[in-house]
Design a protein around this ligand. Sequence first.
Ligand SMILES: [Ca+2]
Length: 182
Amino acid sequence: MEYSNQVLSNNTISNNIATNYGGGMFCQGSCEPLLLNCVFWNNSPYEIAYEQVNENCITIAHSDIQGGIEAIYTNNQAGINWMEGNIDADPLFVNAEIGDYFLMEDSPCIDTGIAYYEYEGEIVIDLSEDEYYGIAPDMGACEYDSVEEDDHIIQNSKFKISRILLIQRRILSLNYLLPVMS
Ligand SMILES: [Ca+2]
């Protein structure tokens, strides 16, 4: 991210590796991003890193950041607005090794996001109840689909089908990379 004041909401950023800065997110130049309902997990060397910035500030709320505020490398040049609702707890992905970043039922990210958020007088996020399951949105990109709620069975099926398709696509792309056996 460079010269950007972007809002990132409901993103899962995990298992990325960078050689110097970054890992999960790298801010360069004038950047003042707002992270909301996000998961940053298992990125190295940092979850979030800043370089060459002047009095910039990152704002983070209702997000799961591995290592918490201590894990954000600011190069002593950026501030951190560490707002309410942040956690540092294993998000319990179903199977990150194959790219399945859905949440297991015990995940601390379930229902710990926020549906409505204002920052500096602006509405940043305003989700209606049909845009998430449970009592609140989850942190991260994949909303947990509770099978206990009958009303959601059809939508759950859609989620499950899209999950299977995602895994199939990954398997297909893997096969494509393998040499043809004859
Ligand atoms: Ca939820």
